[in-house]
Write a protein that binds this ligand. Structure first.
Ligand code: GTP
Ligand code: MG
Length: 269
């Protein structure tokens, strides 16, 4: 069992957007540190993007989407729908398109990180910064992807911007449908369960109910009894990360298992 082997659908997807040759792929390489294991790149034929896995402290593994340039508007739009967070790379003074896409993203309530790339080469970064600030009230991050300047700041910004309800949304949007049976298994001793985790559990429960799932809940000691009450194994089991292992070992292979970890979501088929 390897918790970082979570299916791609449940990880935070970070889209890198920008004009052709703005340095998107160079930035992806800088973010992955070129350490991406062989075979961890996946091409998405639908929108011509390339997906790469990256580890970010505090979030765990995320998916970077290296998109095609803005010239391919249809593909940009498709990639935009896949991304939970957008990094928009500006590398010249004319940033009308960049701002247009940033606004499209903000309209979806998704976090946008504005980046000015090639600061080793371009001289008018302040002008670009001012345009961005005026239009979006966002302070851009100045970087040089090629010399790996400012890369850590981008990672910090990604972490700061992880959408609050990211985990809950991923579960309710991608994994279950109306009528699905879901079992919530909570750790016995609640002392370890911090307020943030409690809130997450409640949020998850309310979203599952809203999605018209049939939800059963129990503590770990009653897990077998709860399972026995189902005519067939539940579609999904959601648990605290601290008891993930115990639940994993006792669940049926048919049930998908998810651990809530306050920021990160792990799934095990
Ligand atoms: N001077 C300088 N050049 C850069 C920087 N980042 C990228 N480049 C160069 O800009 C060119 C384009 O970089 P890519 O990373 O391929 O840009 P891209 O946006 O992925 O391009 P497309 O995929 O074709 O849209 C390459 O020659 C890079 O070496 C940078 O920070 N400084
Ligand atoms: Mg590229």
């Amino acid at each position: 069992m390897n918790l970082t082997d979570a299916p791609i659908v449940n990880q935070l997807h970070i889209g890198i957007f920008g004009k052709g040759k703005s340095g998107k792929s160079t930035l992806v390489n800088a973010l992955t540190g070129n350490h991406a294991p062989l075979g961890s790149s996946v091409a998405d034929a639908v929108n011509n993007s390339v997906y790469k896995i990256i580890e970010i402290d505090g979030i765990g593994s995320c998916v970077l989407i290296d998109t095609v340039g803005f010239d391919e508007e249809g593909n940009t739009r498709l990639a935009l729908e896949k991304a939970d967070t957008a990094i928009i790379v500006c590398a010249e003074e004319d940033i009308e398109q960049e701002l247009k896409w940033a606004k499209a993203f903000k309209a979806r309530k998704a976090p946008v990180i504005m980046v000015i790339n090639k600061i080793d080469q371009i001289s008018n970064t302040d002008k670009i910064r001012n345009k961005i600030y005026e239009a979006l009230k966002e302070e851009p991050i100045k970087i040089s992807a090629i010399s790996r300047l400012g890369i850590e700041m981008i990672k910090e910004e990604i972490l700061r911007n992880v959408p609050e309800d990211f985990e809950v949304k991923k579960i309710t949007e991608d994994l279950v449908q109306s009528g699905d049976r879901v079992l919530l298994v909570l750790a016995q001793d609640d002392q370890g369960s911090k307020g943030q985790m409690k809130q997450l559990q409640l949020q998850t429960l309310s979203q599952l109910l809203e999605k018209e799932c049939i939800v059963t809940g129990c503590v770990l000691d009653k897990f077998e009894e709860a399972l026995a009450s189902f005519a067939k194994p539940p579609k999904l089991i959601i648990t605290d990360s601290q008891i993930l292992q115990q639940v994993y070992l006792r669940k049926s292979a048919e049930s998908l298992l998810i651990a809530l970890k306050a920021v990160l979501l792990c799934t095990l088929a």
